[in-house]
Design a protein around this ligand. Sequence first.
Ligand SMILES: [Zn+2]
Length: 91
Amino acid sequence: MGLVRMCARCGCLYTTDTEVCMNCRTKDEADVIKLKGFLEEAFLEGETTRQDVLNSTGINAKNLDRFMGYNEFAGIKFGAPAEEKIIKAKK
Ligand SMILES: [Zn+2]
């Protein structure tokens, strides 16, 4: 018997050992696949910001931050936000 936990994605209560409930597990898997695919291509082209990822994948910011804590994404660092780049370029 597992502990009662709150789903990191929809907030419902469930009792498994995973981070999200059964309903959200498939959604999480689809998002992670999308994220991996995007990151592989994006980093070949250079710097990618967190906002780029959010815009291009449509992944919820809260979920993105959760995925980025996973081991498989360890070591990935996003570039500075676009606003900061513009400020730096003007100096
Ligand atoms: Zn859920």
